[in-house]
Design a protein around this ligand. Sequence first.
Ligand code: HEM
Length: 316
Amino acid sequence: MKKTVLFILMTLGAYAREIGGQVPLVQMDLSASKGGDLLVSSQMIQNILHYQNWGGLFLNLQVHWFRLLFAIILIGVIVVFAIHYLIIGKKVFNENCPSVLVYPLFQRIIHWIAALSFVLIIPTGLIMMFGKYFGGGEFVRISRYIHSIGTVVFIIAFIPLFYIWVREMIISFKIDTKWVFILGGYLKKKHIKVPAGKFNFGQKTWFWMAILGGFVMIVSGAAMYFQDFNIPILYKLKLDQIDLLRIMAVVHNFVGMAILALFITHLYMSLFAIKGSLKSMLTGYKSVHELKYLNSSYYKKLLTKGFISEDKVEDD
Ligand code: HEM
């Protein structure tokens, strides 16, 4: 908790200092008297000697693979969905029939705070990754600050986001495996009744990636941000600080790739694949016609509970 408060204060402080045109973020104290500064001390010799631990792998991934893999994911996922949109197109449901409140106001507020955080985090993360093609310097440095501010916004949304949806995001083997076999009916133009609760398996995958992957990104990101910390258990694990930073960077990049792929998928599904989806996260309401087809198990539940009556929705 103390570190998080420190993190927020330092981010805002550094940002104010940067606006004020003062010194950059991490002030390296090279004076020999500063004990415990493991990055800039005699430890550096050890770090170099330990290079073969994670140094080689890290450098190889950093120099040859990370940018390439991010580029492949970014372009690859967008091209796949562009082809899907051209061949299958948008799913359109009858919006003149009754609708049901699926996203109450609090859920929508938390969702859009999370959305804002990713709008800050994802592009700036990519700018840092492809920094050299943006000429490096100021633009990339400011992106780094925006990236950390986006992280603060995500931390605010993180726990409520988990709390509001975790119960409905539990994987149900019986229903979700059926969904996977038909890929949610998204390879068909014709509407079919898809086995799904309030959230389908695809949405659950995105939720757990955003929550669990998001947590790993916060921790690995904070490690790379603070860089200089003294964690005694590291030495029990025969790891020194530079090793931990290298491991954190590798983890941050690979989990970042998975989140990027699923975030683009989320944007495609919510903005292009289903007409009325964005409206549902703005108004909270979804047409029962859509629920009847895309969330058929949830629809049956609403029927048995009497929230809706069958005669109001014609079959396609
Ligand atoms: C600009 C970015 C975003 C947009 C435009 C967006 C849009 C939407 C829309 C329209 C829905 C309703 C989908 C439906 O039920 O048909 C939705 C649901 C959801 N959103 Fe987002 N969202 C964004 C970012 C995020 C972020 C960053 C997270 C998590 C960190 C997130 C997590 C979720 C979850 C868990 C759901 C419910 C399940 C699902 O539909 O995937 N969203 N979003």
